[in-house]
Write a protein that binds this ligand. Structure first.
Ligand SMILES: CC(=O)SCCNC(=O)CCNC(=O)[C@H](O)C(C)(C)COP(=O)(O)OP(=O)(O)OC[C@H]1O[C@@H](n2cnc3c(N)ncnc32)[C@H](O)[C@@H]1OP(=O)(O)O
Ligand SMILES: CC(C)C(=O)C(=O)O
Ligand SMILES: [Mg+2]
Length: 518
């Protein structure tokens, strides 16, 4: 048996089922191109009978995608299979995927039939689909809860009818690895024609075991894994593509399996899917979470600085992430501070490490994460005094007018440098933009906004709105946070936060120049 594991991506079918809004044809096509670049062998891109929009998406993708096989789903009904074939026929080669439930609970309670009727429907559907293509996949829905004798019968008959791929889904994410591996093993032991089909698995994550179940299935002979980018899919989602691909890649020497996935495309594809599907990725998500290649504690940071593989089993570069991150927090130690200062261009003699570390810890305890500009400020100024006491820009008041049919207007009053009171009014593309116009004019700083993110802290209508912005000033990036029950206030506070950082950074620059002249 070959050790090549086929990656069957179902982001655009099972993944899309879980979204609060369906994807447009254009959005689906954009994701399909990314999946093709990623190297998926097969992409399941929709369920054509379900709506004219889905039919059109499948047809468009089938026309455009050349390097991955395109597949569409259908129930075990001729009308569904006809719709799938009609949408797919523009492709040079395509796969029709047909399925029916095999577990007793699904057969009796959902389909309201007997197992033998379902068996007959499956056989008919596979034969019917074979009129359109040699590449027919058949799935035993809820295989994980199907009595093994029935499952073996169904698999044998579906292969006899012409299915080239047999998929064994754990539709409700119920099984655990040794149990699921046992099901696959039983099929190999008991189904006489099993060698005439590729065995595929499609695991859901209701108990968080979809990836472990899929890998165990491969160890028992499965050679296709059905998965989605970022693990999106019905309920708790599907087996995540990036995780299985990187398990097989990272542990290849030990396990011996290959896939056609190009790991360097993983981060980019993951971001695209997250953005288009409006499904944020949890920060600690394996492989693609923003924290997946960050090190925060001193002992780890020291280890990684000495040898990256002390705490990294794969490099961030290998999955398309530029670099690992060493977060500066109160759990950091002296080694990482020294390293960061060197990266920022300071010589060892420019600062006293013990002194800097003590003031860094005090700031980190107060602030959480410490950024480069904070660190530099600590070298030259004791930034430990109460931040509000030393703020250069202080917001006094904001007044906004906005609504439908009126141009948004803001009037902002602030105090600069502890003594100068200034006021500015501006219009804008909405109340936040108008407020930002005022603040930029008042400060005279040429700030370029790079990102603006608003999130709610707490529940209900009185939740706090937190605004996080990243802005750049003369090529340096600054992070600002604002928190208030009023989102215009939070937005203004975030920008004022950035303005104060810039003010401090400018003062640091002057000090640095003086230092260079010494
Ligand atoms: C595990 C999975 O992810 S399965 C795939 C899930 N994906 C989807 O459901 C795609 C979106 N679905 C749809 O657009 C619609 O449900 C459609 C077009 C498929 C069907 O719509 P409707 O005809 O209105 O039926 P509805 O969805 O209410 O009920 C499903 C029907 O299909 C039957 N059915 C379910 N699975 C199958 C199957 N594999 N083969 C044959 N019939 C099936 C059900 O028994 C039910 O039949 P009934 O009307 O005789 O009781
Ligand atoms: C249609 C099948 C493969 C499915 O999505 C499932 O069983 O979860
Ligand atoms: Mg599924």
């Amino acid at each position: 048996m070959s050790n090549q594991v086929m990656i069957f991506d179902t982001t655009l079918r099972d993944g899309e089922q879980a979204l609060s809004a369906s994807l447009t044809v254009k959005e689906k096509l954009q994701i399909a191109f990314a999946l093709e670049r990623l190297g998926v062998d097969i992409m399941e891109v929709g369920f054509p009978i379900s709506s004219p929009g889905d039919f059109e998406s499948v047809q468009t993708i089938a026309k455009e995608i050349k390097n991955s096989r395109v597949c569409a789903l259908s129930r075990a009904l001729t009308k569904d299979i006809d719709a799938a074939a009609e949408a797919l026929k523009v492709a040079e080669a395509f796969r029709i995927h047909t399925f029916i439930s095999t577990s007793t609970i699904h057969v009796e309670s959902k389909l309201k039939r007997q197992f033998d009727d379902v068996l007959e429907m499956a056989v008919k559907a596979v034969k019917y689909a074979r009129q359109y293509t040699d590449d027919v996949e058949f799935s035993c829905e809820d295989a994980g809860r199907t009595p093994i004798d029935n499952l073996c019968r169904m698999v044998e008959e579906a292969i006899k009818a012409g299915a080239k791929t047999i998929n064994i889904p754990d539709t409700v994410g119920y099984t655990y690895p040794s149990e699921f591996g046992g099901i696959i093993q039983s099929l190999f032991n008991r189904v006489p024609n099993i060698d005439q089909a590729t065995i595929s698995v499609h695991c859901h994550d209701d108990l968080g075991m979809s990836v472990a179940n899929s890998i165990t299935a491969v160890e028992h002979g499965a050679r296709q894994i059905e998965c989605t980018m970022n693990g999106i899919g019905e309920r708790a989602g599907n087996c995540s593509l990036e995780e299985v691909a990187m398990i097989l890649h990272t542990r290849q020497a030990k396990m011996g399996y290959q896939t056609n996935i190009n790991p360097v495309e993983i981060a980019r594809t993951s971001q695209l899917v997250s953005q288009i599907c409006n499904m944020p990725i949890q920060s600690n998500k394996a492989i693609v979470g923003s924290n997946a290649f960050s090190h925060s504690s001193g002992i780890h940071q020291d280890g990684v600085l000495k040898a990256q593989n002390t705490y990294e089993i794969m490099t961030p570069e290998s999955v398309g992430i530029l670099k690992n991150k060493l977060n500066l927090t109160s759990r950091s130690g002296r080694h990482v501070i020294q390293h960061r200062m060197q990266e920022l261009g300071y010589r060892e003699t420019d600062f006293d490490l013990e002194e800097l570390y003590a003031s860094f810890l005090a700031l980190a305890d107060k602030k959480g994460q410490v950024f480069d500009y904070d660190l530099e400020a600590l070298v030259f100024f004791n930034q430990l005094e109460n931040e509000s006491e030393q703020e250069h820009y202080v917001l006094s008041s904001i007044n906004v007018q906005s609504g439908s049919g009126v141009v948004a207007t803001a009037t902002v009053e602030m105090e600069i440098g502890g003594n100068k009171r200034v006021v500015e009014a501006a219009t804008g593309n909405g109340p936040v933009d108008a407020t930002y116009q005022c603040l930029m004019r008042l400060s005279g700083l040429d700030i370029e906004m790079q990102s603006y993110k608003i999130s709610s802290k707490g529940h209900g209508k009185d939740a706090l709105g937190q605004v996080d912005i990243v802005a750049s000033y003369h090529g340096q990036k600054f992070h600002g946070i604002g928190l208030s029950t009023d989102i215009i206030q939070s937005s203004a506070k975030a920008l004022v936060h950035v303005m104060n950082h810039i003010h401090l950074a400018k003062a640091v620059e002057v000090k640095k120049q003086n230092l260079a002249q010494v």
